[in-house]
Design a protein around this ligand. Sequence first.
Ligand code: TYC
Length: 124
Amino acid sequence: MLLVEDIRSAPAPRMGNDEDRTDGRGDPAASVITKVKPKTKRPNLYRVLILNDDYTPMEFVVHVLEKFFQKDVEAATEIMLHVHHHGIGECGVFTYEIAETKVTQVMDFARKHQHPLQCVMEKK
Ligand code: TYC
């Protein structure tokens, strides 16, 4: 015959390993709440800028903006004129490696054509 005392004194049903909610420090009542942190990180972004000078032809700067920054002739002309009047202007915003590549491409292209055009990058 099964008595109610037998049930009361029986060990508590055991949890499976993956549902053990104790904190591992001896208090079976303490729960461990683990927060799962979403681990997507936004990349650092860098502006690529060109600088004005007195010698690089306007048409060459427009060509650079079309060739390396995928600008149409209207957008390229607007950026070139902004740089001509204000001394510096933004060609685009990129992750580090892409920005570094653009700067190198522009500097190599300017040197090859013997123009003093300067291109730099700056962390946003
Ligand atoms: N100032 C140059 C000129 O008058 C034109 C120019 C524009 C040069 C933009 C560089 O990044 C530049 N020929």
